[in-house]
Design a protein. Structure first.
Lengths: 434, 434
């Protein structure tokens, strides 16, 4: 029982998952948390509501890993077979757990609901397993040790129940190897491509380096993951990570905007608040996505005042005061430096903000031309202090990707200015007109 | 080789997936496509960049399923081991495929790039496997038959390469059982809860019914999945599905907004276009999310004119013309029926649209009170024809969920009106003030 937990597997259970009707996000989340605790996940398996296959999966994994964490299949219906599967994998039988039954009754009573007849099955457990309290739902979890010494945790599928139970029950019982520390850190970048970043990181990315540095890209944000895995303990391991982080920050400057848990809009709102500045937006092709990003940050009202969605040309004139001649036949048109800049200046005047971002572009799939292909986007910034910037981008991908990237690029552009790096070029930027 | 494909497994390969750094979406997508073709997926497995483990996984699954579809591990770097794993699972050796090499060279040349030295490894294949052409990237796929007769497809990991290759190579070679038809259909609902819908569906949801009816809920949209699995062929099977669909539509009316591939904003834009109507938005707590939803629809400019993001009280007055006394001490306040209605009427007048939606609420985490707890959201609709509706909702979940639900509820409310069901109550609605 004092066996050390070096490696783990995660198992997701449910017909809706295996048939592809629902995307499983529990497996990724659990693997990330296990790694943070120093336990490396070797395999994820998703199986349907099939007790024989679940039990077979547990038995197979038990001979390969030290810990198995399952989610799903603990509900009260005939489809919920994880209790039975665990008993079968253990060669055990199910018994009623009185404490679980009392907790289930109390859970329903606290919500003013009568206990459904099938709730009692949720109090069953293999006789040699123990129940794990669930304070966010009616299904207790299960904990057992299989014949091979492999420990199994079974948690409910809904993430709002699974996550707190994982933190409470699983994290507390993990015994990562005392001879080996795993420490990870993440830095997020925006405005630089993954291959450019890799070139800047150079030897830092060698596979045999420790701490190891890797990059992943997701929806425009490129993240550097720094991972130390070795014999150093506590502060010594942290110091190794610190040193590598400093090198990564230097190599990736000025594009690093934050660390784990920080978002691009969150950082922009924080910088604005720190400087006592407010921001407004004037959006055409993004139709509100930039405002939506800024207001996803709790407390954004301290810095975000409002915006204008000038989707039609008429609205660009009437709401943002864009000169009608810019949009008329023979003028530069709605997707141009002139119009973008006029939108930003108009918003600055009409919204009463200190900084105003404007976006106008061609998100497609239609509307492109040879001179202005789909993906052409102008982003402008106008500030009360006289700050002005206007850049043309050529975004890739489909309509959704072009719009998403445009809204983030506007945030990234403002961030570079607020960080004193307003001159730095950005990924997909093709020209600038200051 | 004439073996029928009844069941399949999908395998996702990559350290970034198994360690939980990246969320795998390929597995769900492939399982969904396989089911649509009549092949049921029994298991998903995710493994790291480890040739022995990949080969072991293929061999294990080969004795359990008829088809394996892998994604990932076909790139040119030292981490990309799927070619080797497949050869090992087959007991075969790798040889260079001349056609693949020519295609790889052509792919780089077409992009004006020189062929990197490590690209040649992508032309390797097991001697008894065949290469699958990839027109969206440099990595060819692989197809082989394992000793057990199980067929294996290996596709690249990036979805924009994997998906077209799946359609081209995998779908064409599937041989679903001729004695058994699998047909699925999906109907999407908004404004009704999953348990309410289940109660309305009643006996339609019995597990032994064929076609089977199930529900899944994702971000406010509740979907009914109808699946026929049985001996009927072609039109006869389709007729069974049609009959069940009609029953589901009747039970779920007026909340069914569309079928597979349709989205709530897409349906709303389509209804507006059909009626020759335009829409505008005035958003407070959603900060642009409603505009963003409407404009995600290609061609939305035919119906969506623009909007006002009145996040601060000052903007509610200056942009939307909300009477200042509503927001003053002793007035009903920013989150009230009066203010929501004034925002909608102000937007209608100032945006020049036929219908205007307004949203004002408390998204949290701060700002709630006993009288107006976090999640309190008023949604108003004003139309040129004199249509007015104003409803109070109590949304659940965190800030993100409250905002997301609010933007969708506004769309759902407009849809009900456009469908002639403006009186129907909606999920989470607590009161209405017409």
């Amino acid at each position: 029982m004092a066996r050390v937990h070096e490696c783990a597997a995660v198992v997701s259970v449910g017909d809706e998952l295996v048939l592809g009707q629902t995307l499983d996000t529990n497996g990724r989340w659990m693997a990330d948390r296990l790694l943070a605790a120093g336990v490396v996940v070797r395999e994820h398996v998703t199986v349907g509501d099939d007790a024989a296959r679940q039990a077979e999966t547990m038995r197979r994994l038990a001979s390969r890993v030290d810990v198995i964490v399952c989610s799903g299949g603990l509900g009260p219906t005939a489809d919920d077979l994880t209790r039975l599967s665990l008993a079968s994998a253990m060669g055990d039988e199910l018994i009623a757990d009185d404490v679980s039954m009392a907790q289930i009754n109390a859970w329903y009573q606290a919500r003013g609901r009568s206990v459904p007849p099938n709730a009692a099955v949720q109090a069953l457990r293999p006789s040699r397993a123990s129940a794990l309290t669930n304070i966010h739902g009616s299904a207790p979890g299960l904990y057992a040790v299989l014949a091979e010494g492999c420990e199994v945790f079974c948690l409910p599928g809904p993430p709002r129940e699974m996550k707190p139970m994982f933190e409470q029950h699983v994290m507390a019982r993990l015994r990562p190897s005392p001879d080996r520390t795993v420490l990870t850190r993440v830095l997020h970048c925006f405005g630089i491509g993954e291959s450019d970043l890799a070139a800047r990181l150079g030897a830092l990315m060698h596979r045999e380096r420790n701490p190891k540095v890797g990059t992943t890209a997701s929806e425009g944000v490129v993240s550097c993951r720094i991972r130390y895995e070795g014999p150093l303990r506590g502060e010594d391991a942290a110091e190794e990570i610190d040193k590598t982080e400093a090198l990564v920050r230097r190599a990736a400057a000025p594009y690093v905007f934050g660390a784990e848990g920080q978002t691009l809009p969150g950082v922009v709102i924080e910088m604005l608040r720190d400087k006592g500045l407010t921001v407004g937006v004037v959006e055409s092709c993004t139709g509100g996505m930039l405002g939506a990003l800024l207001t996803e940050v709790p407390g954004s009202s301290a810095a975000f005042l409002g915006g204008l969605l000038t989707y039609s040309n008429e609205q660009k004139v009437s709401l943002a005061g864009v000169p009608r001649e810019l949009l008329a036949e023979g003028g530069p048109g709605a997707v141009s430096a002139e119009t973008a800049m006029a939108m930003a200046r108009g918003g600055l005047a009409r919204l009463g903000c200190d900084e105003c971002l404007a976006i106008t572009g061609i998100a497609g799939p239609g509307g492109g031309s040879e001179a202005k292909p789909v993906g052409t986007v102008w982003i402008a910034l106008a500030g009360k202090g006289g700050r002005e910037d206007c850049r043309r981008f050529l975004m890739g991908g489909d309509r959704g990707a072009i719009r998403d990237w445009s809204a983030k690029a506007a945030l990234g552009m403002l961030r570079l200015h607020l960080a004193g790096a307003g001159d730095a070029p950005m990924l997909r930027q093709v020209s600038a007109r200051p």
